[in-house]
Design a binder for this molecule. Structure first.
Ligand code: PEP
Length: 257
């Protein structure tokens, strides 16, 4: 594993003021954690002021979603260009809440990925199976379907610009975390699918994160699992000390690996 990625998805939490205070405090604490790559995904309303708090720090920021068109009559949406203008380096695409709560059309995702990369954003693409799909033994099939659909416009896999977050839907916000065996197997499946999709590419440096009820109490086991390069964290990213504790744990594991 290279530098662990510790990403916080704040979902619909934190006002811009709360986010800015958190970002300022995190940037102080992150000075002691140069071996960790932090990324914050605040709501769109907070991006501008949080960016101001992160200028001159190594902490990166991303939008939680975007529209694939560059502009137009899409009330309530944000474009890639708008995210870039607010200081984003990243965008989350395909989070399970976009897929399952908002029933985002599957055919929008490859367009979003292509538009984001074209605008200079890095993409964190979330994939993961529902509990019923796991119970039916369909996890690999679902991951293959999601990855091949969502990356469908890319001729080559841009290792520097796309990170995959494996997030089993049944583990998101439920307090139920994947076992290290389940997470390890699924990460192997993600890498296997990418190898099938991009047989000519060198995928050695691809980062695959785990997400789903990560906390400081389960982070050590998970980060010690081969194939897990960091975490996408929802609930536990809202509390500064807990978020930083998880990063400390990831750093320790990296040192002892
Ligand atoms: C998420 O929203 O991506 C997530 C993993 O949430 P939580 O950590 O709360 O399960």
């Amino acid at each position: 594993m290279g530098t662990p990625v510790i990403a916080g998805n704040w979902k619909m939490h934190k006002t811009p003021q709360e986010g800015r205070t958190f970002a300022r405090q995190l940037s102080t604490k992150a000075l002691n954690l140069p071996e960790v790559d932090f990324i914050l995904f605040p709501s769109a309303t907070g991006l501008h002021s949080i960016h101001e708090a992160l200028v001159d720090t190594a902490i990166e920021m991303g939008g939680q979603n975007m529209h694939h068109e560059q502009s137009g009559a899409f009330t309530g949406e944000n474009s890639a260009e708008m995210l870039v203008a607010c200081g984003c380096q990243w965008v989350l695409i395909g989070h399970s809440e976009r897929r399952h709560v908002f029933a985002e059309p599957a055919d929008s995702r490859p367009l979003k990925v292509a538009t984001a990369l074209g605008a200079g954003l890095k993409v964190m693409l979330c994939v993961g199976e529902l509990l019923e799909q796991r119970d039916q033994g369909r996890t690999q099939e679902v991951l293959r379907e999601q990855l091949s659909n969502d990356l469908g416009q890319l001729q080559r896999f841009p290792v520097e610009s796309v990170v995959i977050a494996y997030e089993p839907v049944w583990a998101i916000g439920t307090g139920v975390v994947a076992t290290t065996q389940q997470a390890g197997e699924a990460h192997g499946m993600v890498r296997g699918v990418l190898r099938d999709l991009y047989p000519d590419d060198d995928l050695g440096a691809v980062k695959v994160l785990y997400g789903g009820s990560v906390k400081s109490s389960n982070a050590a086991e998970l980060i010690g699992t081969p194939g897990i390069d960091g975490f996408l964290i929802g609930g536990a990213s809202l509390e500064l000390d807990e978020f930083v504790n998880i990063a400390e744990i990831a750093k320790q594991e990296l040192r002892s690996a």
